[in-house]
Design a protein around this ligand. Structure first.
Ligand SMILES: [Cu+2]
Length: 150
């Protein structure tokens, strides 16, 4: 990731956190749960990266595909193995949309193993990125889950 882009992400993340602190739960991703969900997707998170339910890694050639004009809920699931050093780790995922918004999940770790982010998808071609915002083992594999509207 370019330095400029990284700065923007950090800034956007800080901004989201700050406004969340000011206005309480209104800006939390979970507040959208009252709306109808069109699609629920589970994404496993471990030190190797973001994986689908079958355990296949997402990557540049294997983006997460979601439908247009839909309310999508992505649930990030803590997937470190008990025997791994990373089992004591904590992840927290943010999604940034190309429309300019950023939403954060709650922290996921051994005692809180999943958290969701819900958002409205745009038109075909819209793109979103998910990335872990904590310093974790495997953070270099958790910096760019591409989510594409198809
Ligand atoms: Cu992480």
């Amino acid at each position: 990731m370019k330095k400029q882009a990284l700065k923007f992400f950090v800034f956007a993340t800080a901004l989201t956190f700050f406004s969340g602190t000011l206005h309480g739960p209104i800006t939390l991703a979970s507040s959208v749960t009252s709306k109808k969900i069109d699609l629920e997707v589970m994404v496993k998170v471990n030190q190797k990266g973001f994986l689908n339910q079958r355990g296949k890694l997402f990557g540049a050639k294997n983006p997460l595909k979601i439908p247009k004009d839909s309310m999508v809920r992505i649930t990030f699931v803590f997937d470190e193995t008990v025997t791994s050093l990373a089992y004591g780790d904590t992840h927290q995922v943010a999604i940034t949309g190309n429309e300019g918004w950023t939403k954060e999940s709650q922290k996921i770790w051994m005692f809180n193993q999943q958290s969701s982010i819900t958002f409205q998808t745009g038109q075909e071609g819209a793109q979103y990125r998910a990335y872990c915002i904590l310093d974790c083992i495997g953070m270099e594999h958790l910096n760019n889950l591409v989510i594409k509207v198809v």
